[in-house]
Design a protein around this ligand. Structure first.
Ligand SMILES: C[S@@+](CC[C@H](N)C(=O)[O-])C[C@H]1O[C@@H](n2cnc3c(N)ncnc32)[C@H](O)[C@@H]1O
Length: 280
């Protein structure tokens, strides 16, 4: 699948703004591109610095769910600008870190920004999450931070993660997970013209029960299940402010964010951190 088929207008905007030296955007989204985790609701207006800390927190929530240890071989699928790889590099030693993304432009930036330290090895590679270009049983951990909804198929990604993980290896991810009765609405979001919106094609169609059966059917047992919806809510005011400042023209940017915000506030859509262990 070529990048032109992926269509992620939000990354086109980010890359253009970062290229132009937008300092606020660099702080907020130059490392991680996700919703963030707020341990407490912030007081007053959220700054780009606050947001960047929240983004770092979310990454740690996901990799902590995998129980990472020094010396492991870790794949970060849909690695964005490499923020999770950067954080692992700063916090662990003797790890081999591989970031995989379908978009070369993001990989180029990650490669430029992140230098290995503490005896770690880092490599970025182009690829599709559903066809992982790695041998069987070659990783201890596979991570997918807030990206699985873009992949062509969750099941195929789980099968690929199972194949490349060693027995006992872990898969950890974060995702927007709907209650079953929200499925007709999230199905609509995948139909034209909604599938061509600011956030590209997003499949928010996997309920928690479906995740559990998906894991069971692909050889995993559940490990961690954490509902962090309330810890993501302060992000919306920041996204609105950034949207105004950047004068984003695409009406779907506002509309899609508004739908996700209200579905989350009403707990119809939950933001979950999930991890699974490959059964031997
Ligand atoms: C919301 S961003 C998250 C980026 C990163 N995980 C982070 O937390 O900063 C979604 C990422 O998924 C990547 N992506 C989308 N479809 C993909 C696919 N089929 N295979 C690999 N990466 C993909 C996008 O290019 C983008 O980097």
């Amino acid at each position: 699948m070529a990048v032109k088929d992926i269509l992620l207008p939000y990354f086109d905007l980010l890359l253009a703004q970062l290229e132009q030296g937008n300092a606020k955007l660099e702080l907020a989204f130059g490392r991680h591109v996700h919703w963030g985790y707020w341990p407490q609701a912030p007081q007053g207006v959220v700054s780009p610095e606050d947001f960047s800390q929240a983004a770092e927190n979310l990454t740690r929530e996901v990799y902590d769910a995998a129980g990472i240890e020094n010396g492991q071989r870790i794949l970060d699928v849909g690695c964005g600008f490499g923020g999770t790889i950067a954080s692992l590099n700063e916090n662990f030693s003797g790890v081999e870190l591989i970031g995989l993304n379908i978009d070369t432009r993001q990989l180029v930036r990650a490669q430029e920004k992140i230098k290995a330290c503490s005896g770690n090895l880092i490599c970025f590679t182009k690829g599709n999450a559903c066809w992982l270009p790695f041998p069987d049983q070659s990783f201890d951990v596979v991570l997918a931070v807030e990206c699985i909804f873009h992949f062509p198929q969750r099941r195929q990604f789980f099968e690929e993660a199972f194949r490349i993980l060693k027995p006992g290896g872990r898969l950890a991810l974060s995702d927007f997970v709907p209650r079953a009765f929200l499925l007709p609405l999230t199905a609509l979001s995948m139909k034209w013209p909604f599938s061509r919106g600011f956030f590209g094609r997003c499949n928010l169609q996997c309920t928690l029960a479906q995740y559990k059966s998906l894991a069971e059917n692909t050889g995993f047992k559940p490990r961690v299940e954490k509902d962090i919806t309330k810890n993501t809510l302060p992000t919306y005011s920041f996204l609105r402010a950034m949207g105004e400042e950047l004068k984003i023209k695409d009406p779907s940017a506002k509309f899609e964010t508004w739908i996700v915000e209200w579905a989350s506030r009403l707990r119809l859509l939950r933001y979950l951190v999930l991890s699974f262990e490959r059964i031997k």
